[in-house]
Ligand binder design. Structure first.
Ligand code: SF4
Length: 347
């Protein structure tokens, strides 16, 4: 996707984990956690990545940052910090850079974790946690670092004197704010939000979502927002990608996806979302059976054993991930002809 405003362009991302057995720990199979995923995110936008647990969305997010090494694929990131003098930005393939460049890229690509408690060191003060990235990257020390930490805490709605406290003294929502402040410390361009509100009470979720939206406006951030809750993803995302068994089933502009779904899996997921309008009736589609094993995914279309529209070809031929027009992508043989049930428009 050769466009100046594409910040992240992922092509053919693969992450397989070996399954080892026996005394010699021979590789007998692979868990296909992420299997040929394409996605891109324009600068300043939010791409929601949604799917059932175990679909590979978290692995995809971590592979993009190389917190785990991808097996294959291109992860092209438009970096400002690695641009040669005079140039605004340069395209870097994150998958291929060495350790030194990767460390520099970490300043531009950050992550917010799901569990704000286990991701914060309980023995460190909040000031030390939020200021640690500045120290590691040699960006500020002493009073300058302290001032920067205070400004970051203020940006996420915390007070300067919170610096001296420890994570256990805060509520879940406040702890997630600390995680957000730490992610912002290095002035990143891209933040991968890995289920950032899933562990929080519903009332607190809205506050953290609003904070993320405000910060995006203030700092021009780009988000990859990983979640299993479709309502949250619909609220915050510019575009949404639906993932199933390591592959992208469908990707489209948010309202287009919800009001004009093209993949039966998207239709089933959306039918489970409560609609607050009693005049709008939605048939609840129950997905039969469990998600198949990513060690031995089904032949043909990975979704065919659970798909109510499956035909013979679905059992033998794998559908291509294709553009149906207006950057609406789907991986289904019958994406053009199925008349799937939409969800109510928010407009
Ligand atoms: Fe269902 Fe066939 Fe489409 Fe797969 S290709 S989603 S099995 S209709």
């Amino acid at each position: 996707m050769a466009s100046d405003n594409i910040l992240l362009d992922v092509k053919g991302l693969v992450k397989y984990f070996p399954v080892r057995k026996g005394v010699f720990r021979r590789t007998v199979a692979h868990v296909k956690a992420v299997d040929n995923v394409d996605m891109f995110i324009p600068e300043g936008e939010t791409l929601g990545l949604v799917g059932e647990s175990g679909c590979g969305k978290t692995t995809a997010g971590r592979s993009i940052l190389r917190l785990i090494e991808p097996t294959a694929g291109d992860i092209v990131f438009r970096s400002k910090k690695l641009a040669p003098g005079g140039e605004e930005s340069v395209e870097i393939d994150v998958a291929k850079v060495g350790r030194k460049e990767l460390k520099a890229l970490r300043r531009e690509m950050q992550i917010i974790f799901q569990d704000p408690y286990s991701s914060l060191n309980p023995r460190m003060t909040v000031g030390a946690i939020v200021g640690e990235p500045l120290l590691v990257h040699g960006m500020a020390k002493g009073a300058e670092r302290e001032d920067r930490v205070k400004a970051l805490l203020a940006a996420v709605g915390l007070k300067p004197d919170h610096m001296k406290r420890y994570p256990h003294e805060f509520s879940g929502g406040q702890r997630q704010r600390i995680g957000v402040a730490r992610a912002l410390a290095l002035d990143p361009q891209l933040i991968i939000c890995d289920e950032p509100v899933s562990a929080l009470d519903v009332s607190i979720q809205a506050q953290v979502i609003n904070l993320l939206e405000d910060l995006q406006g203030e700092f021009g951030l780009t988000y990859l927002f990983i979640a299993h809750d479709l309502s949250v993803v619909r609220h915050i995302s510019t575009r949404v990608a639906v993932m199933y068994l390591g592959k992208i089933a469908e990707l489209a502009q948010t309202e287009e996806l919800f009001t004009n779904p093209k993949h039966p899996y998207t239709e089933a997921l959306m039918s489970a979302v409560p609609v607050p309008d009693p005049a709008w009736s939605v048939e609840r589609i129950l997905l039969e059976g469990d998600v198949p094993s990513p060690v031995a995914p089904p032949s043909g279309c990975y979704f065919h054993p659970r798909c109510r529209y499956a035909k013979d070809i679905c059992k033998t031929d794998e559908p291509a991930y294709r553009d149906l027009g207006d950057l609406h992508f789907a991986t289904c043989h019958f994406a053009d002809s199925l008349d799937l049930q939409p969800i109510k428009s928010e407009e």
